[in-house]
Ligand binder design. Structure first.
Ligand code: UT7
Length: 321
């Protein structure tokens, strides 16, 4: 396995939000744990972030783009509605003729993409797959809505996964779920085929993310707790058997409430939300890469990833590195 990540250079702190909104550093830190987030600048996009993260993952794996059999990119903030962001990354990497497509599952996107890639590997169809999670939600955030815009940051994470014969390596547990009844918990009402872009939809701000924060909060705590328990029961793992839980970096309070609910110790939970905010589909692979690079996760480690987001969607995975 190889991993890589990339966050854009521009940083927006809570103090920067104090200048444009009726908010405070104290409120944001207390309610979310976020202190700053990275935002894309002119000329940057989901594809440019994903390409940089992918180059780093390929370097880490000691592979060239041409070694890949498939590229799967999880994003809900694609460069364009069509073609896929995966195709832009394929072209930028020079991975000529390598098949490439996007997966849309919002903050659960990386786990969904990992499950997709794992399916191809299990079938014996492909051996080396680049799995990317990338989002640039700052492009779609309403910077006049203090209840949502303070949450989001931009970033990308990538992992090159490979077929293995070792039973302790690779994906050992997968659980995906969705509940479309909750579609309006987090959505972007216009710009799709249901409500194409018009001057009116733009004037009404319908191309921005709309979020029912409290409802998302309750859903996220419940699903994270469920996934922690379900994964451990399904794999017959105790807390001691798990080296690290990497949750979607949704909100420090959500993560703490969920772990408390199932008595899981926070010292085994990786949290970097204070520096990146909620980077949606990028948050898990970005944290995974950071934990590997800072030496907290080595070869042979058992990692439990838990994610939940718009859709509603959720996903859990136990992976042996
Ligand atoms: O990947 C999934 C993406 N979505 C999420 O992660 C959302 C999950 N939800 C949350 O993280 C939290 O619900 C929020 C951080 C969005 C909000 O925190 P909360 O503790 O649930 O606050 P609330 O919505 O219940 O609002 C409490 C008060 C309200 O004021 P009043 O009505 O009590 O006077 C809000 O207007 O806090 C106010 N408020 C703010 N005040 C200062 C909301 N946003 C802000 C803000 N600064 N940025």
């Amino acid at each position: 396995m190889g991993t890589g990540s990339y966050a854009p250079q521009t940083v927006m702190t809570n103090a920067d939000f104090e200048k444009i909104l009726d908010t405070s550093d104290e409120w944001i830190v207390q309610r979310t744990g976020i202190r700053q987030r990275h935002l894309v600048a002119d000329g940057e996009s989901s594809a440019t972030l994903a390409t940089e993260a992918s180059r780093r993952a390929l370097d880490d794996a000691g592979m060239a783009p041409g070694d890949l059999d498939l590229i799967v990119c999880a994003t809900v903030s694609p460069d364009m509605l069509l073609p896929s962001t995966a195709c832009f990354v394929q072209e930028a990497l020079g991975a000529t003729d390598v098949p490439a497509f996007d997966v849309s599952a919002a903050c659960s996107g990386f786990v969904y993409a990992l499950a997709t890639a794992n399916g191809f590997i299990s079938q014996g169809l492909y051996r080396r797959i680049l799995v990317i999670g990338v989002d640039t939600l700052s492009r779609f955030a309403d910077f006049s809505d203090r209840g949502s815009c303070i949450l989001f940051g931009d970033g990308a994470g990538a992992a090159v996964i490979e077929a293995t014969d070792r039973p302790d390596r690779g994906v050992r547990y997968l659980k995906l779920g969705a509940d479309g009844k909750g579609w309006d918990y987090i959505c972007m009402p216009a710009g799709g085929s249901r409500k194409p872009a018009t001057a009116e939809t733009v004037a009404a701000g319908e191309h921005f993310i709309k979020m029912r924060g409290r409802d998302v909060y309750k859903f996220a705590v419940e699903k994270m707790a469920f996934l922690l328990e379900d994964a451990m029961a399904a794999c017959n793992l105790s807390v001691d058997d798990i080296d690290m839980v990497i949750p979607h970096q949704v909100n420090q309070r959500i993560i703490e409430s969920a772990t408390e609910k199932v008595n899981f110790p926070m010292d085994k939970v990786y949290v970097n939300i204070e520096r990146y905010g909620n980077t949606s589909g990028a948050s898990i692979p970005l944290a995974l890469d950071e934990a590997r690079r800072n030496g907290q996760l080595g070869s042979g480690a058992t990692v439990l990833m838990v994610a939940f987001g718009a859709g509603l969607t959720w996903g859990g995975a136990v992976v042996g590195l």
